[in-house]
Design a protein around this ligand. Structure first.
Ligand SMILES: [Zn+2]
Length: 244
C-alpha cells in the first residue's frame, strides 16, 4: 500500500494539526483529502474523525508545535473505533502507523487508567530525550539516530504491553524515521500495519449467525446431559429395587 503523504509533511510547519482522509486512486495508490474542517475545535486544533467521513485510512499531523509521537488519545481512539484500519501520524521525526482491526469497548475508568500509564511512564523517555514541542530536527539534540530508534522500539513494546494488560491484543504500532522516507509522495505503508487479520476471519468471528449456532449446540448438549442423568437415576432405582 502506497500513499502520497507529501501534503502532510509540508503541513508540519503550520502551527496546528491537519487531518486527512485518504482516497484510493486508479493505480491503487492513495492520496490525501484535507479533512480539517472536521476538527473538534479550531483553537485546540485536534483532529476528531467523524464516522462517515473516513475510509479507514486516516492521517493527521503533529506539527513542530506538538510532540512528535502519538498521544494516548491517538492510540485509544484507534482501538475504540471500528472504522479505523490504520491511523497515520506524520511528525517531525517520522511517520507513525497505528492499527487495530477490531473495535474494542473500553469503559471510561479503563480509558483513564491506560491514558495515565501511557502519558506518565510509557511516553516519558521520548519526552525526556527531547521529542517535545518546538522540535524542528528529525533527531533531537544530544542523542544520535541509533539511540532515538532504540528509545522508539522500547516505547512501542511498552505501548503494546500496556494494552495487553487490558486484554487489548493485536495492536500494531510502527514507525518509520524521516531518513527512511526519501520520497514522501511515494510512501510505502509497513506490511505489518496493513492486515493483522483478514476481513473474512473477522466476519466469521463476529457473525451473528455463528453465535446462534453456538447457542443451539450448547442447548443440545444441555438436553443430552439431562437425558443421561435421568437414565442414570432410573437405573439406580432399578438396582435398588433388585437389592430389596
Ligand atoms: Zn495526534
Amino acid at each position: 500500500m502506497k500513499i502520497d503523504i507529501s501534503p502532510a509533511v509540508e503541513a508540519l510547519s503550520l502551527t496546528h494539526e491537519i487531518c486527512y482522509n485518504t482516497q484510493e486512486e486508479q493505480d491503487s495508490t492513495y492520496t490525501l483529502l484535507d479533512n480539517s474542517s472536521h476538527r473538534s475545535s479550531e483553537s485546540r486544533g485536534n483532529c476528531r474523525f467523524t464516522r462517515g467521513f473516513m475510509n479507514g485510512y486516516i492521517i493527521h499531523t503533529h506539527p513542530n508545535t506538538s510532540k512528535a509521537y502519538p498521544s494516548s488519545e491517538d492510540i485509544l481512539s484507534t482501538v475504540r473505533h471500528s472504522g479505523v484500519n490504520i491511523s497515520f501520524i506524520v511528525t517531525t521525526i517520522g511517520v507513525w502507523e497505528l492499527s487495530y482491526k477490531d473495535a474494542f469497548y473500553i469503559d471510561s475508568k479503563q480509558n483513564r487508567a491506560i491514558m495515565k500509564k501511557i502519558n506518565d511512564s510509557v511516553s516519558r523517555p521520548l519526552y525526556d530525550a527531547g521529542i517535545k514541542r518546538k522540535l524542528t530536527k528529525t533527531v533531537p539534540k544530544g542523542i544520535n539516530l541509533d539511540k532515538l530508534l532504540d528509545l522508539i522500539e522500547e516505547y512501542k513494546s511498552n505501548v503494546i504491553s500496556t494494552l495487553k494488560k487490558y486484554n487489548i491484543n493485536n495492536f500494531v504500532i510502527n514507525f518509520k524515521h524521516m531518513s527512511d522516507i526519501p520520497d514522501p509522495s511515494d510512501y510505502t505503508v509497513q506490511a505489518s500495519s496493513v492486515s493483522p487479520k483478514s476481513p473474512l476471519e473477522k466476519e466469521k468471528l463476529y457473525s451473528p449467525l455463528l453465535e446462534k449456532e453456538l447457542k443451539k449446540t450448547k442447548k443440545k448438549k444441555r438436553t443430552r446431559r439431562k437425558q443421561k442423568r435421568s437414565r442414570k437415576k432410573r437405573k439406580q432405582k432399578r438396582s435398588r429395587r433388585k437389592l430389596r
